[in-house]
Design a protein around this ligand. Structure first.
Ligand SMILES: NC(=O)c1ccc[n+]([C@@H]2O[C@H](COP(=O)([O-])OP(=O)(O)OC[C@H]3O[C@@H](n4cnc5c(N)ncnc54)[C@H](OP(=O)(O)O)[C@@H]3O)[C@@H](O)[C@H]2O)c1
Length: 267
Protein backbone atom coordinates (compact mmCIF):
# COMPACT_ATOMS: atom_id res chain seq x y z
CA UNK A 1 0.00 0.00 0.00
CA UNK A 2 1.22 3.50 -0.81
CA UNK A 3 2.38 5.45 2.27
CA UNK A 4 2.01 9.23 2.43
CA UNK A 5 4.67 11.63 3.77
CA UNK A 6 4.93 15.40 3.70
CA UNK A 7 6.36 18.65 4.98
CA UNK A 8 4.46 21.23 7.03
CA UNK A 9 5.45 24.89 7.17
CA UNK A 10 4.16 28.43 6.67
CA UNK A 11 4.81 29.96 4.31
CA UNK A 12 6.27 26.88 2.69
CA UNK A 13 7.81 28.64 -0.30
CA UNK A 14 9.64 26.31 -2.63
CA UNK A 15 10.54 23.35 -0.42
CA UNK A 16 13.21 20.96 -1.68
CA UNK A 17 11.87 18.08 0.43
CA UNK A 18 9.23 16.73 -2.00
CA UNK A 19 11.64 16.31 -4.94
CA UNK A 20 14.35 14.93 -2.66
CA UNK A 21 12.14 12.30 -0.97
CA UNK A 22 10.20 11.33 -4.07
CA UNK A 23 13.51 10.72 -5.88
CA UNK A 24 14.56 8.50 -2.96
CA UNK A 25 11.28 6.54 -3.10
CA UNK A 26 11.68 5.98 -6.85
CA UNK A 27 15.30 4.89 -6.45
CA UNK A 28 14.64 2.41 -3.62
CA UNK A 29 11.27 1.17 -4.94
CA UNK A 30 9.64 2.19 -1.65
CA UNK A 31 5.89 2.62 -2.02
CA UNK A 32 5.76 6.20 -0.76
CA UNK A 33 4.71 9.63 -1.93
CA UNK A 34 5.78 12.96 -0.39
CA UNK A 35 3.71 16.15 -0.61
CA UNK A 36 3.98 19.76 0.64
CA UNK A 37 1.40 20.96 3.21
CA UNK A 38 1.26 24.73 3.71
CA UNK A 39 -0.61 25.14 7.01
CA UNK A 40 -1.60 28.50 8.47
CA UNK A 41 -0.76 28.99 12.18
CA UNK A 42 -4.42 28.99 13.24
CA UNK A 43 -4.87 25.56 11.59
CA UNK A 44 -1.74 23.89 12.94
CA UNK A 45 -3.38 21.83 15.68
CA UNK A 46 -6.17 20.56 13.46
CA UNK A 47 -3.60 19.74 10.76
CA UNK A 48 -1.75 17.52 13.23
CA UNK A 49 -5.02 15.81 14.20
CA UNK A 50 -5.82 15.37 10.51
CA UNK A 51 -2.44 13.88 9.77
CA UNK A 52 -2.94 11.32 12.53
CA UNK A 53 -6.51 10.53 11.42
CA UNK A 54 -5.53 10.13 7.77
CA UNK A 55 -2.77 7.67 8.59
CA UNK A 56 0.01 9.84 7.15
CA UNK A 57 3.21 7.95 7.91
CA UNK A 58 5.76 10.69 8.46
CA UNK A 59 6.22 14.43 8.24
CA UNK A 60 8.96 16.98 8.23
CA UNK A 61 8.41 20.21 10.09
CA UNK A 62 9.86 23.50 9.02
CA UNK A 63 9.64 27.18 9.93
CA UNK A 64 7.73 28.30 12.03
CA UNK A 65 6.63 25.03 13.65
CA UNK A 66 9.83 23.29 14.79
CA UNK A 67 9.10 24.19 18.42
CA UNK A 68 5.30 24.05 18.34
CA UNK A 69 5.36 20.42 17.21
CA UNK A 70 7.01 19.25 20.44
CA UNK A 71 3.86 18.99 22.57
CA UNK A 72 2.27 16.47 20.19
CA UNK A 73 4.86 13.66 20.12
CA UNK A 74 7.41 11.85 22.27
CA UNK A 75 10.69 13.69 22.04
CA UNK A 76 13.96 11.96 21.24
CA UNK A 77 16.93 13.01 23.35
CA UNK A 78 18.41 15.47 20.85
CA UNK A 79 15.01 17.14 20.51
CA UNK A 80 14.76 17.66 24.26
CA UNK A 81 18.24 19.17 24.37
CA UNK A 82 17.83 21.41 21.32
CA UNK A 83 14.20 22.31 21.94
CA UNK A 84 13.17 21.82 18.30
CA UNK A 85 12.24 18.97 15.95
CA UNK A 86 12.08 18.68 12.16
CA UNK A 87 10.91 15.10 11.65
CA UNK A 88 7.94 13.13 13.01
CA UNK A 89 7.55 9.36 12.77
CA UNK A 90 3.78 8.91 13.06
CA UNK A 91 4.02 5.14 13.46
CA UNK A 92 6.23 5.36 16.55
CA UNK A 93 4.79 8.74 17.59
CA UNK A 94 8.28 10.20 18.02
CA UNK A 95 9.82 13.47 16.93
CA UNK A 96 13.47 13.82 15.89
CA UNK A 97 15.92 16.55 14.97
CA UNK A 98 17.79 15.41 11.87
CA UNK A 99 19.46 18.81 11.35
CA UNK A 100 22.05 17.36 13.74
CA UNK A 101 22.72 14.52 11.26
CA UNK A 102 22.71 17.11 8.47
CA UNK A 103 25.57 19.01 10.09
CA UNK A 104 27.65 15.90 10.76
CA UNK A 105 26.94 14.32 7.36
CA UNK A 106 27.78 17.51 5.45
CA UNK A 107 31.13 17.91 7.20
CA UNK A 108 32.12 14.23 6.93
CA UNK A 109 31.13 13.91 3.27
CA UNK A 110 33.19 17.00 2.46
CA UNK A 111 36.28 15.63 4.18
CA UNK A 112 36.18 18.09 7.09
CA UNK A 113 36.94 16.05 10.17
CA UNK A 114 35.28 18.22 12.80
CA UNK A 115 37.05 16.72 15.78
CA UNK A 116 39.14 18.73 18.20
CA UNK A 117 38.56 21.86 16.16
CA UNK A 118 38.06 25.46 17.25
CA UNK A 119 34.64 26.03 15.70
CA UNK A 120 32.88 29.39 15.34
CA UNK A 121 29.10 29.24 14.82
CA UNK A 122 27.65 32.52 13.51
CA UNK A 123 23.99 32.82 14.49
CA UNK A 124 21.82 31.80 17.42
CA UNK A 125 18.59 30.58 15.82
CA UNK A 126 17.27 27.05 15.29
CA UNK A 127 19.98 25.98 12.84
CA UNK A 128 22.73 27.26 15.16
CA UNK A 129 21.26 25.29 18.08
CA UNK A 130 21.31 22.00 16.15
CA UNK A 131 24.84 22.79 15.03
CA UNK A 132 26.20 23.57 18.50
CA UNK A 133 24.54 20.41 19.86
CA UNK A 134 26.08 18.33 17.04
CA UNK A 135 29.63 19.60 17.56
CA UNK A 136 30.04 20.61 21.20
CA UNK A 137 31.12 17.24 22.61
CA UNK A 138 34.09 16.74 20.27
CA UNK A 139 35.17 20.33 19.68
CA UNK A 140 35.77 23.72 21.22
CA UNK A 141 32.68 25.59 20.04
CA UNK A 142 32.25 29.38 20.10
CA UNK A 143 29.14 31.38 19.22
CA UNK A 144 28.79 34.86 17.84
CA UNK A 145 25.53 36.59 16.93
CA UNK A 146 24.19 39.96 15.75
CA UNK A 147 22.02 40.19 18.87
CA UNK A 148 24.46 39.46 21.67
CA UNK A 149 21.75 38.57 24.21
CA UNK A 150 20.46 35.68 22.11
CA UNK A 151 24.00 34.47 21.47
CA UNK A 152 24.88 34.57 25.16
CA UNK A 153 21.73 32.62 26.02
CA UNK A 154 22.59 29.90 23.51
CA UNK A 155 26.19 29.76 24.69
CA UNK A 156 25.09 29.38 28.32
CA UNK A 157 22.58 26.70 27.45
CA UNK A 158 25.27 24.48 25.90
CA UNK A 159 28.11 25.59 28.13
CA UNK A 160 30.23 27.10 25.33
CA UNK A 161 31.76 30.55 24.92
CA UNK A 162 30.09 33.61 23.37
CA UNK A 163 32.37 35.97 21.43
CA UNK A 164 31.44 39.58 20.65
CA UNK A 165 31.73 40.36 16.95
CA UNK A 166 34.40 43.02 17.63
CA UNK A 167 36.76 40.37 19.08
CA UNK A 168 36.51 37.85 16.23
CA UNK A 169 39.43 39.15 14.17
CA UNK A 170 41.82 38.76 17.09
CA UNK A 171 41.16 35.00 17.22
CA UNK A 172 41.82 32.04 14.93
CA UNK A 173 39.30 29.32 14.14
CA UNK A 174 39.63 25.98 12.30
CA UNK A 175 36.03 25.97 11.11
CA UNK A 176 33.52 28.79 10.56
CA UNK A 177 29.84 27.90 10.23
CA UNK A 178 27.28 30.35 8.89
CA UNK A 179 23.92 29.68 10.58
CA UNK A 180 22.37 33.01 9.50
CA UNK A 181 20.40 33.70 6.31
CA UNK A 182 23.07 36.13 5.03
CA UNK A 183 23.83 35.18 1.43
CA UNK A 184 20.48 33.43 0.93
CA UNK A 185 18.30 34.36 -2.04
CA UNK A 186 16.14 37.31 -0.91
CA UNK A 187 18.56 38.31 1.91
CA UNK A 188 21.56 40.69 1.83
CA UNK A 189 24.50 39.27 -0.13
CA UNK A 190 26.93 39.99 2.71
CA UNK A 191 29.61 37.94 4.40
CA UNK A 192 28.80 36.74 7.95
CA UNK A 193 32.49 37.20 8.93
CA UNK A 194 35.17 39.52 7.57
CA UNK A 195 37.62 38.64 4.82
CA UNK A 196 40.40 39.01 7.36
CA UNK A 197 39.01 35.96 9.16
CA UNK A 198 38.74 33.98 5.90
CA UNK A 199 42.35 34.95 5.14
CA UNK A 200 43.43 32.75 8.08
CA UNK A 201 42.15 29.79 6.01
CA UNK A 202 39.59 28.13 8.24
CA UNK A 203 37.32 25.47 6.72
CA UNK A 204 33.98 27.15 5.96
CA UNK A 205 30.52 25.61 6.15
CA UNK A 206 27.63 27.71 4.87
CA UNK A 207 24.21 26.35 5.89
CA UNK A 208 22.55 28.44 3.20
CA UNK A 209 21.68 26.20 0.21
CA UNK A 210 19.93 28.63 -2.16
CA UNK A 211 22.02 29.59 -4.09
CA UNK A 212 24.20 26.45 -3.74
CA UNK A 213 27.33 28.59 -4.18
CA UNK A 214 26.98 31.62 -1.92
CA UNK A 215 29.20 34.68 -1.65
CA UNK A 216 30.75 33.12 1.47
CA UNK A 217 31.58 29.86 -0.35
CA UNK A 218 33.05 31.75 -3.32
CA UNK A 219 35.22 33.94 -1.08
CA UNK A 220 36.29 30.97 1.05
CA UNK A 221 37.40 29.07 -2.06
CA UNK A 222 39.29 32.13 -3.32
CA UNK A 223 41.27 32.15 -0.04
CA UNK A 224 42.04 28.44 -0.44
CA UNK A 225 39.72 27.36 2.38
CA UNK A 226 37.88 24.02 2.31
CA UNK A 227 34.21 24.84 1.71
CA UNK A 228 31.08 22.89 2.64
CA UNK A 229 27.73 23.79 1.07
CA UNK A 230 24.33 23.92 2.77
CA UNK A 231 23.09 21.61 0.00
CA UNK A 232 24.96 18.77 1.71
CA UNK A 233 23.34 19.55 5.05
CA UNK A 234 19.92 19.63 3.42
CA UNK A 235 20.57 16.25 1.80
CA UNK A 236 21.95 14.57 4.95
CA UNK A 237 19.10 15.81 7.16
CA UNK A 238 16.71 14.49 4.51
CA UNK A 239 18.60 11.20 4.28
CA UNK A 240 18.27 10.64 8.02
CA UNK A 241 14.55 11.48 7.87
CA UNK A 242 14.18 8.99 5.00
CA UNK A 243 15.84 6.29 7.11
CA UNK A 244 13.59 7.06 10.09
CA UNK A 245 10.52 6.96 7.83
CA UNK A 246 11.34 3.81 5.86
CA UNK A 247 13.98 1.85 7.77
CA UNK A 248 15.95 1.74 4.51
CA UNK A 249 19.35 3.20 3.68
CA UNK A 250 18.94 6.54 1.93
CA UNK A 251 20.23 6.92 -1.65
CA UNK A 252 22.17 10.06 -0.79
CA UNK A 253 23.64 10.72 -4.24
CA UNK A 254 20.25 10.45 -5.94
CA UNK A 255 18.73 12.79 -3.35
CA UNK A 256 21.50 15.32 -3.89
CA UNK A 257 21.10 15.18 -7.67
CA UNK A 258 17.37 15.85 -7.30
CA UNK A 259 18.00 18.88 -5.06
CA UNK A 260 20.73 20.36 -7.26
CA UNK A 261 18.57 20.02 -10.35
CA UNK A 262 15.56 21.60 -8.59
CA UNK A 263 17.71 24.50 -7.33
CA UNK A 264 18.90 25.10 -10.90
CA UNK A 265 15.29 25.19 -12.09
CA UNK A 266 14.28 27.90 -9.61
CA UNK A 267 17.52 29.93 -9.88
N1 LIG B 1 21.01 23.46 4.80
C1 LIG B 1 20.05 23.10 5.63
O1 LIG B 1 19.61 21.95 5.66
C2 LIG B 1 19.53 24.10 6.60
C3 LIG B 1 18.79 23.69 7.72
C4 LIG B 1 18.32 24.66 8.61
C5 LIG B 1 18.58 26.00 8.37
N2 LIG B 1 19.31 26.35 7.27
C6 LIG B 1 19.62 27.75 6.99
O2 LIG B 1 20.23 28.34 8.13
C7 LIG B 1 19.88 29.72 8.20
C8 LIG B 1 19.36 30.06 9.60
O3 LIG B 1 18.16 29.36 9.84
P1 LIG B 1 17.42 29.39 11.27
O4 LIG B 1 16.25 28.49 11.15
O5 LIG B 1 18.40 29.19 12.36
O6 LIG B 1 16.91 30.92 11.32
P2 LIG B 1 16.52 31.78 12.61
O7 LIG B 1 16.07 30.88 13.71
O8 LIG B 1 15.61 32.82 12.09
O9 LIG B 1 17.92 32.46 13.06
C9 LIG B 1 18.54 33.37 12.24
C10 LIG B 1 19.88 33.81 12.83
O10 LIG B 1 20.54 34.60 11.86
C11 LIG B 1 20.81 35.91 12.39
N3 LIG B 1 20.59 36.91 11.35
C12 LIG B 1 19.46 37.10 10.61
N4 LIG B 1 19.64 38.12 9.76
C13 LIG B 1 20.89 38.59 9.96
C14 LIG B 1 21.66 39.66 9.39
N5 LIG B 1 21.14 40.46 8.42
N6 LIG B 1 22.91 39.87 9.85
C15 LIG B 1 23.43 39.08 10.83
N7 LIG B 1 22.75 38.06 11.42
C16 LIG B 1 21.49 37.82 10.98
C17 LIG B 1 19.83 36.09 13.53
O11 LIG B 1 20.41 37.01 14.44
P3 LIG B 1 19.54 37.82 15.54
O12 LIG B 1 19.48 36.93 16.75
O13 LIG B 1 20.31 39.05 15.74
O14 LIG B 1 18.18 38.05 14.91
C18 LIG B 1 19.74 34.66 14.08
O15 LIG B 1 20.82 34.38 14.93
C19 LIG B 1 18.85 29.96 7.09
O16 LIG B 1 19.53 30.51 5.99
C20 LIG B 1 18.36 28.58 6.74
O17 LIG B 1 17.97 28.46 5.39
C21 LIG B 1 19.78 25.43 6.38
Amino acid sequence: MMEVFGVIGYPLGHSMSPVMHNAAFRETGYQGIYVPFEVRPENFESAIEGIKALGIRGINITIPYKERILEFFRQRREVREIGAANTVDLKRKTCHNTDVDGVIGALQSSGVDAKDMEVLVVGAGGAAKACVYALKDDNEVYITNRTAKKGVELAERFDVEFIERERLETLKFDLIINATPLGMKGFPEKLPVSEKILGKKPAVFDMVYNPPETLLIRKALSYGCKAVSGVDMLVYQGAKAFEIFTGKKAPVEVMKKAVVSELKKIA
